[in-house]
Design a protein around this ligand. Structure first.
Ligand code: AMP
Length: 219
């Protein structure tokens, strides 16, 4: 099973990724997490990534991200079933993935989570992450047991820099400019399924499960 999850920032990709990966036993590959880890660990790539100001939503160059994906492919990370979250984000990345990474016999599916801008902006203002383990909360519907404290590791919850409203609007703009072509591309390949992400978390997940189940003949 090879699932690509795409959609605007703040639409709930992280939450749904977690549910999908747990349910189907997939490995969760998030390019955003990988880039942030490189920065935190001050690796050589991390120092390069730092130049692109990813906390302000600017994309890293296609070559850099495609090279990372290529390296992960060489290491065998794409041999198992997986869910890719945050990649591809541009047409160049989508074509690279389909032509250079994907095994021609593999059946893959693109789940496109979408919602109105009002919904997304409301959701993002409520999003908090743990400063320790990175666990994600939403003060409205996935709130921690103790206010401001992570259930998993007890560290404090913070707002991601790139979730601040001024920065976030910029991220949405970049997304619109770059990712529309990705959606059109996968639509033309008949592998893209759009899901309304503004409903209850479990309804959205139920819808995704139905689409995946039908696509992979799991019934
Ligand atoms: P995310 O956690 O998926 O929102 O990613 C955080 C940031 O990492 C994004 O705003 C981009 O700056 C960068 N990033 C993640 N994935 C990609 C990608 N596929 N292409 C370019 N930049 C990316």
């Amino acid at each position: 099973m090879k699932i690509l999850l795409i959609g605007p920032p703040g639409v709930g990709k992280g939450t749904q990724s977690k549910l999908i990966c747990e349910f189907y036993g997939l490995s969760h590959i998030s390019t955003g997490d990988i880039l942030r880890k490189h920065i935190d660990r001050c690796t050589n790539i991390g120092r390069v990534i730092n130049r692109f100001d990813i906390n302000n939503g600017k994309f890293v160059p296609d070559k850099l991200i495609n090279d990372l994906i290529k390296q992960m492919n060489i290491e065998g990370l794409f041999k198992k079933s997986y869910l890719l979250d945050g990649y591809p984000r541009t047409l160049n990345q989508a074509e690279f993935y389909v032509n250079k990474i994907l095994d021609k016999l593999s059946k893959y599916i693109v789940i496109y989570l979408n919602a109105s801008r009002e919904y997304i902006l409301d959701r993002i203002s409520q999003r908090r992450i743990c400063s320790g383990c990175g666990n994600v909360y939403n003060l409205k519907n996935v709130s921690p047991k103790n206010s401001g404290i992570c259930d998993e590791c007890g560290k404090s919850l913070i707002q991601r820099l790139d979730d601040r409203i001024d920065v976030f609007n910029g991220r949405l703009e970049i997304y619109d400019k770059m990712t529309l072509d990705v959606i059109k591309y996968f639509m033309s390949l008949n592998v893209l399924f759009e899901v309304d992400a503004s409903r209850e978390i479990n309804d959205v997940f139920g819808n995704i499960k139905n689409i995946i189940g039908e696509y992979y003949d799991l019934y």
